[in-house]
Ligand binder design. Structure first.
Ligand SMILES: Nc1nc2c(c(=O)[nH]1)N[C@H]1C(S)=C(S)[C@@H](COP(=O)(O)OP(=O)(O)OC[C@H]3O[C@@H](n4cnc5c(=O)[nH]c(N)nc54)[C@H](O)[C@@H]3O)O[C@H]1N2
Ligand SMILES: Nc1nc2c(c(=O)[nH]1)N[C@H]1C(S)=C(S)[C@@H](COP(=O)(O)OP(=O)(O)OC[C@H]3O[C@@H](n4cnc5c(=O)[nH]c(N)nc54)[C@H](O)[C@@H]3O)O[C@H]1N2
Ligand SMILES: [Mo]
Length: 743
């Protein structure tokens, strides 16, 4: 085929370098072939190592750009909300309507009635969310939502324990580990920074032993682990605490490390051995909670404590459970007790996702785009309950509705204790309600008369777009220029524009500039896209030649050795204290004690989740539901692409034992249900998930039938809209039942 192509005149086809960065956490190079203004095919990095090779999603981006359901024009709803009936209108009419509604709602009800709902559908630096935040704040402010869906439990745990979210070593440091524990971590599918699985495989080849602790036998387990330890969802803190028990009893802990770098071990020890509550947290105690045998817990504890350096890679999935903060705190404490922090091949075990590369993280080095004025609505409110004064530049004064309770806030407003009654919803980069707990309640909120106006910025007729009064068509990343970063070992990606916008789509910067004019804001934007991008790139000392950066589609940082979080603290604590009030790793956290919430103990403790197998509700709904991230989607994105759909169908993963007990065979259509909702999808009967647990990959596009039963396998009709006391978003805590569907 290659030789055939060589006959084609080269001048006819151009190759534009771009970066794929769409809500999977990766940043991969794309070589976009363009002929006569049309993308003909997409290749990826085949240059020098490490290569930033795109996965199936990036390679299928052409189908995304030209998808038949791409929104090409501004749309106005003509049917009921949710029905999906719209008519085409002009940009002028659309923007007049949106500007008019923003003004009307602000004047009638106050700026707090404007509910800004964003996410990170697109992970670019300039276009993603900045223009909207700037616009809404400049026009008087809006209500914002707090809580990172992904890892708010990890954020809480990290700030409490280490005072920072920069707790991760760069991925290349895995090559220095003797033992790696994949704790609820499946980066073969979730990427979690380009090349993570590649480094894991190299670590295995270099002799590291790899253990996976997960209710599922994941693809990463299959690829590189030599042992799989299945565990009941939501019980990880119990396993970690029982491991500590063994380490204490057998005196395998690092006393010198504890004395020098930590505070509060004694209080934690009292809890572990049972002095505090009369319950020693023995392996036998944890066996009945976790389903992991006492003998296995003992050998795991010994192995972790005696094979230094060991990297306990604390995935964020186990943290997305009720009281998920405890798991993150317990994992970090275990790393501290064994002295695995601040050394090559170790890991602070605080979160396998956040802050990889710490201060070296390229994202923090880039310059700034359009400035963000303060939000007058949020900054006038008192700080949020159970929050730390600040972290990573964010503030506990921004966002007074948690991600888990947006629907409740809309439905109940001030009478439900929320700061305002919400009248206008402004949705960007976000598939609300599809991605939200208790989806049927989210739908009720979107349909309610309380919300007088909904505007959605979208590329496709998503679950969110169907509820909009006005949908504004936006460009994909191949129709605009931008910059992104990938923190694996250090990468800046230039997201090159390959083609002109499809249909009448516009970029966020363009749309917000036009809206600003209509709102009479004259100083909204004084720069072109290119001027902003140059300013952003100029902030980084690494990007010295902007033109080359743009031409090559990115810049790979050359690093002599891996970055290790807290190495400086280990070398010279006197001059480099941990950024906590005590200057040490806080196993006991006074700031948590001051929150005075029994569900947030100042030392890590195991707290039983709601909807656990011991809940009386388990008689009706005996199976624990987890909702994992699917390799062929980025959340709900890419689910509409036939190339990707045919790779792997949407199915519920069910153990052979649970299937046999219900007369379910592999491939049968089943109904998964509880009191909150029901969804129908085919069963995948397998030994790769432990009995008692079922998994529905999250992100399928909600498609209710006339009885309100979802037909797409959209898991959030089953999840519960309650957040953990420290903010964790519990996507993996819900009880369900499964039954066959007679056809
Ligand atoms: N049950 C369950 N629910 C979950 C999770 C789970 O594990 N289980 N995971 C949670 C997590 S961690 C996350 S991060 C969230 C993700 O939640 P979302 O961010 O809402 O998920 P996406 O599917 O990425 O939706 C982003 C939307 O942005 C659109 N988009 C893409 N690019 C652009 C752009 O440039 N401009 C605009 N305006 N729109 C764009 C896409 O078409 C898509 O519809 O889901 C959460 N929900
Ligand atoms: N392909 C793809 N990649 C993605 C995304 C995507 O949607 N698609 N989303 C991106 C985003 S925004 C995020 S936040 C991350 C999410 O990344 P993760 O949260 O790491 O991904 P998950 O698959 O939800 O969960 C990881 C593992 O945790 C296990 N698990 C679930 N509950 C428990 C538990 O209670 N205990 C234990 N021990 N294990 C448990 C699951 O079986 C799964 O194998 O992925 C990012 N990368
Ligand atoms: Mo996420």
């Amino acid at each position: 085929m290659d030789s055939d192509r060589s006959n084609v005149p080269k001048a006819a086809e151009e190759i534009i370098m771009a970066t794929h960065a769409s809500h999977c956490g990766g940043a991969c190079l794309l070589k976009v072939h363009v002929k006569d203004g049309v993308i003909t095919r997409i290749e990826t990095d085949d240059g020098e190592e490490p290569q930033y090779r795109a996965c199936a999603k990036g390679r299928a981006f052409r189908q995304r750009v030209y998808a038949p359901d791409r929104i090409l024009y501004p749309l106005k709803r003509i049917g009921e909300r949710g029905e999906g009936n719209f008519k085409r209108i002009s940009w002028d009419e659309a923007l007049d309507t949106v500007a008019g509604e923003l003004k009307r709602v602000k004047e009638t009800y106050g700026a707090a009635s404007i509910l800004y709902k964003k996410s990170a559908g697109d992970q670019s630096r300039l276009q993603s969310n900045t223009s909207h935040i700037r616009l809404l704040r400049m026009m008087g402010g809006c209500s914002e939502v707090w809580g990172i869906h992904s890892y708010e439990g990890a954020v809480f745990g990290q700030i409490a324990t280490f005072g920072t979210v920069g707790t991760g070593n760069t991925r290349d440091d895995l090559l220095n580990s003797r033992l790696i524990i994949l704790w609820g971590w499946n980066p073969t599918d979730t990427v979690l920074f380009t090349n993570t699985a590649w480094y894991l495989v190299q670590a295995k080849e270099a002799g590291a032993r790899i253990i996976s602790i997960d209710p599922r036998y994941t693809n990463t387990t299959a690829l590189c682990a030599s042992q799989w330890i299945p565990i009941r969802p939501g019980t990880d803190a119990a396993l970690l605490i029982a491991m500590t028990y063994v380490i204490i009893k057998e005196k395998l802990y690092d006393q010198e490390f504890l004395d020098t770098y930590t505070i509060g071990f004694d209080k934690f020890k009292d809890y572990v051995v049972g002095t505090e509550d009369g319950v020693p947290k023995t392996p036998r105690w944890a066996e009945s909670v976790t389903g992991v045998s006492a003998a296995m817990i003992e050998s795991l504890a010994r192995e972790y404590a005696t094979n230094k350096p060991a990297a306990l890679m604390a995935g964020i999935g186990p943290g997305r459970t009720a009281y998920g903060e405890q798991y993150h705190r317990a994992a970090a404490t275990l790393a501290a007790i064994t002295g695995n922090i601040g050394i090559h091949g170790g890991n602070a075990a605080a979160s396998a996702y956040t802050g990889v590369g710490g201060g070296e993280y390229p994202y923090l080095k880039l310059g700034l785009g359009p400035p963000m004025p303060p939000n007058p609505v949020e900054s006038s409110l008192p700080p949020r309950k159970n929050s730390f004064p600040s972290w990573g530049g964010a503030s506990n004064r921004i966002g007074h509705i948690n991600q888990a309770t947006v629907a409740d806030a809309i439905l109940r407003g001030k009478s439900g204790g929320y700061p305002a009654d919400y009248k206008l919803m402004y949705i960007v980069n976000n598939n609300y309600p599809n991605q939200y707990l208790n989806l049927n309640k989210c739908v009720e909120a979107l349909k309610s008369k309380t919300l007088e106006f909904i505007v959605v910025y979208e590329q496709f007729m998503t679950s969110a777009a169907k509820f909009a009064d006005i949908v504004l068509p936006v460009t994909t990343s191949l129709e605009r220029n931008d910059i992104t970063t990938g923190p694996t070992v250090g990468f800046y990606g230039f997201m090159g524009k390959a083609i002109e916008p499809v249909g009448e789509a516009k970029s966020h910067l363009e749309i917000c500039s036009l809206l600003a004019e209509k709102l009479g804001i004259t100083d909204f934007n004084d720069k072109t896209e290119d001027e902003w991008l140059r300013q952003i790139a100029a902030g980084s000392p690494d990007i010295t030649d902007y033109e080359a950066f743009k031409r090559e589609g990115g810049y790979k940082i050359k690093r002599n050795k891996p970055h290790v979080a807290f190495q400086k603290q280990l070398e010279d604590l006197g001059n480099n204290p941990f950024p906590t009030p005590s200057g040490k790793i806080e196993i006991y956290c006074q700031r948590i004690a001051d929150m005075n919430d029994p569900l947030l103990p100042p030392i890590p403790e195991y707290l039983e989740t709601w909807e656990s197998p011991n809940d009386p509700l388990a008689r009706k709904y005996p199976l624990q539901l987890i909702t994992t991230h699917f390799w062929r989607r980025a959340h709900s994105q890419y689910d509409n692409l036939p190339w990707l759909r045919e790779l792997d169908p949407q199915r519920v993963m069910l153990s052979t034992a649970d299937a046999v007990a219900r007369g379910i065979k592999n491939g049968d259509m089943v109904k998964v249900f509880n009191d909150r909702g029901a969804t129908m999808l085919p069963a995948r009967v397998t030994e790769r998930i432990m009995p008692g647990v079922v998994d529905i990959p999250q992100g399928a596009w909600y498609s209710p039938d006339e009885k309100g039963i979802d037909r797409a396998g959209s898991c959030n009709v089953l999840t519960r809209d309650e957040h953990s006391p420290g903010g964790a978003y519990p996507t993996n805590t819900a009880l369900v039942q499964v039954e066959t569907v007679r056809r």
